[in-house]
Design a protein. Structure first.
Length: 179
């Protein structure tokens, strides 16, 4: 996993809970804590940090990942405004992730391994998103979608119909915008 993701996690934790909590998470997770944005780090480090945060906060790891994604999105917009500039809504932004966002991420961070999302619109207007990744970070994607909705002033409801973290082959997420 690219170091920029760890940097975003650190920034989110420090902004909301302070530097002492971040340092406690590093200790509790037994990871080095020295992450450069261009570096590649073990997915196990992220899992350990999320697990330590869940334990410290009395939350499920899925809730920590959703919180992180939500908090990270405004930071991403601040750091990479060009990725957001041509989008009018969070729906438009989410639909661009495979064709625009992830290719730009790969340019910025050589070797980045981004998930691929399969989108299909349901007859009633909901967007169905199929997520497949060995990392099983669908909850992080969920948080990113919520964070994007906040940035664009949209209202969104997200429902997980199936999840790899619960034994399913892939995650199927229904996204509904109500504005």
């Amino acid at each position: 996993m690219k170091g920029v993701v760890f940097n975003l996690l650190e920034d989110a934790v420090v902004a909301e809970h302070g530097i002492d909590v971040w340092e406690e998470l590093i200790d509790d997770a037994a990871v080095s804590g020295a992450y450069t944005s261009l570096g590649n780090y073990s997915d196990a480090d992220m899992a350990a940090l999320v697990g330590a945060a869940a334990s410290k906060l009395g939350a499920e790891p899925s809730a920590v990942l959703r919180w992180f994604g939500n908090k990270a999105m405004p930071m991403l917009k601040e750091r990479y405004p060009a990725l957001f500039a041509n989008h009018r809504s969070s729906r438009d932004f989410v639909l661009s992730v495979n064709s625009i966002i992830h290719p730009e991420v790969r340019k910025l961070y050589a070797g980045a391994s981004c998930p691929f999302f399969h989108f299909r619109e349901s007859p009633d207007g909901a967007l169905l998103m199929r997520y497949e990744s060995s990392r099983k970070l669908c909850d992080l994607a969920h948080g990113f979608i919520e964070g994007a909705a906040t940035i664009f002033g949209d209202k969104v409801a997200i429902t997980h119909h199936s999840c790899m973290n619960h034994g399913d082959a892939a995650c199927l997420v229904e996204i509904r915008w109500s504005n």
